[in-house]
Design a protein around this ligand. Structure first.
Ligand code: COA
Length: 166
């Protein structure tokens, strides 16, 4: 029985779509580690400390979720935590190729590691961190798509007037 799972990501920023996947995972596994990548291949807008703060405040009400950061290979981190299950979210068919490649590479690196895919709620299927950053940078209101504290941190980083995105 797998009781522990890791939900990894860059979370730049953490969105309600990510939260939706995490909540689903927390109902399936006894414990879930929300693992924030410290050295993602992406150049992040938010610092690691900011991304951790966003994640911690967003998951504060979910008892079986821990937030941590990791460096290096994800499979090595998972092994160090005694975990053999990775959770990833799928929003649309277009996510499939990227996720498929990553899952297969992780399986090559650690044959006993499984990746489990959970479908995001439809209403978040068009949400991505980079789109939300762009909207916020151009003065749009992204508060319908991110947890409250994330909206606050984004507002303080981007400032300016807000136009809401329905
Ligand atoms: N809701 C909203 N957005 C979602 C989402 C959901 N449910 N699921 C995915 N996304 C979006 C994100 O917003 C993000 O959008 P962006 O590219 O526009 O910023 C994108 O899909 C994926 O980002 P995220 O979910 O944060 O994960 P990631 O793909 O950045 O994470 C790691 C990648 C960190 C898991 C991976 O790079 C890794 O494992 N790195 C460690 C090094 C390693 O082991 N490398 C070998 C991997 S084979």
């Amino acid at each position: 029985m797998n009781k522990l799972a890791i939900y990894p990501g860059t979370f730049d920023p953490f969105t309600l779509g990510h939260l939706d996947v995490l909540q689903r995972a927390s109902r399936i596994f006894l414990r879930v580690i929300l693992a924030v990548s410290a050295d993602s291949r992406k150049k992040t807008f938010f610092t690691l400390a900011e991304r951790l703060e966003m994640c911690k405040s967003a998951v504060a009400g979910i008892a079986n979720v821990e937030v941590a950061s990791f460096q290096g290979l994800l499979v090595d981190y998972a092994k160090s935590r005694g975990c053999k299950v990775l959770v990833r979210g799928l929003r649309a068919f277009s996510d499939f190729e990227y996720e498929f490649q990553m899952a297969l590479m992780n399986r090559k690196l650690a044959p006993d590691m499984e990746t489990v895919f959970l479908m995001t709620q439809e209403r978040y299927s068009a949400v991505s961190s980079s789109t939300l950053r762009e909207i916020a940078a151009l003065g749009g209101d992204v508060s319908a798509y991110v947890p409250k504290d994330v909206a606050r941190i984004m507002a303080s980083r981007f400032g300016g007037k807000r136009r809401s995105v329905k």
